[in-house]
Design a protein around this ligand. Structure first.
Ligand code: C2E
Ligand code: CA
Ligand code: CA
Ligand code: CA
Length: 278
């Protein structure tokens, strides 16, 4: 598919020594940033295409460095993945997101929160136990947590991944395949994995409704989702025309700047629950 060239570039980019130094420095600063409280989560609403209701929130990490300012995740997540720091960072994200969902739950607000999980985190032997303990500590019903996994995580060692997914499913947490369409899931695996949802990658939403291959891919994913009884959500929706295409295609939900950018918890509450805002 058309994205493969770009991701191959991302993983095999030749690196110069300055690059290496810059990445080491960034990694060092990141580790300090975690203890210094410079990380925060933003929440982006997930909206039903049928009812227009906000039915969930994706937690997205932010780093505000006092000297560098805001550093976007695309810059520091790959460095954290390479150094292994993503595991500690991911634990923090999981805990923070679960605490937030629990706080809403205690306030009578049922809002499932989706958390991005990286490969290294998912492969940790203690991952399932960590999820279980985190939910218990916060007293959050497991179905109010969703884990977003990528195709590459699931296909690396598919049998081991399947075992782990089944353990997570037994806890009752939701699971979705993120950036769907950019990797290559086989239909056989999709059928076996105990997941509930496919997230159509933004790269296929961008060209809607005019780009014929994007339109075809999106239609195919929606049909695949319906054949496999999976909920389908599209990310990166910026225009009315994109939203209308997705609604007509039979997609269930969308996420994107058209409705809202990722917001801090207070802004999210204001937007979603304040009586005046409707
Ligand atoms: P992703 O999981 O595909 O997340 C969606 C990204 O699209 C987010 O970027 C979000 O802010 C952005 N986005 C949402 N709506 C729109 C839109 O309408 N238009 C455009 N152009 N962009 C939109 P963000 O927050 O910069 O995150 C980038 C990536 O970094 C994420 O992609 C995810 O792979 C990773 N990431 C973010 N937070 C975490 C985290 O807590 N843990 C892990 N492991 N990865 C994370
Ligand atoms: Ca995601
Ligand atoms: Ca992703
Ligand atoms: Ca994406």
């Amino acid at each position: 598919v058309k994205e493969s060239g770009r991701s191959a570039y991302r993983f095999h980019r030749p690196r110069r020594d300055v690059d290496l130094l810059a990445r080491m420095r960034l990694d060092h600063d990141m580790r300090q940033a975690l203890t210094a409280g410079q990380f925060a989560l933003r929440y982006q609403p997930q909206v039903s295409l049928g009812s227009g209701q906000v039915v969930g929130a994706e937690a997205l990490i932010r780093w505000r460095d006092p000297l560098r300012g805001d550093i976007p995740p695309v810059q520091f997540i790959p460095v954290a993945e390479e150094s292994g720091f993503i595991v500690a960072m991911g634990d923090w994200v999981l805990q923070r997101a679960v605490e937030q969902a629990a706080q809403w739950w205690r306030a009578g607000r049922r809002m499932p929160v989706a958390v991005n999980v990286s490969a290294l985190q998912f492969q940790q032997a203690r991952f399932v136990e960590l999820v279980d303990q985190t939910l218990r500590a916060a007293r959050l019903p497991a179905e109010l947590l969703e884990l977003e996994l990528t195709e590459s995580i699931l296909l690396r060692d598919a049998d081991e991944a399947l075992r782990r997914l089944e353990q997570l499913a037994a806890l009752g947490v939701g699971m979705s395949i993120d950036d769907f369409g950019t990797g290559y899931s086989s239909l056989a695996y999709l059928k076996r994995f105990p997941i509930q949802r496919l997230k159509i990658d933004r790269s296929f939403v961008r060209g809607l409704p005019d780009d014929g291959s994007d339109a075809g891919i999106v239609n195919a994913i929606v049909q695949m989702g319906s054949a496999l009884n999976l909920n389908v959500i599209a990310e990166g929706v910026e225009t009315e025309a994109q939203r209308e295409f997705l609604r007509a295609a039979g997609c269930d939900e969308f996420q994107g700047y058209l409705f809202a950018r990722p917001m801090d918890a207070a802004a999210f509450e204001e937007r979603v629950w304040s009586e005046v805002a409707q």
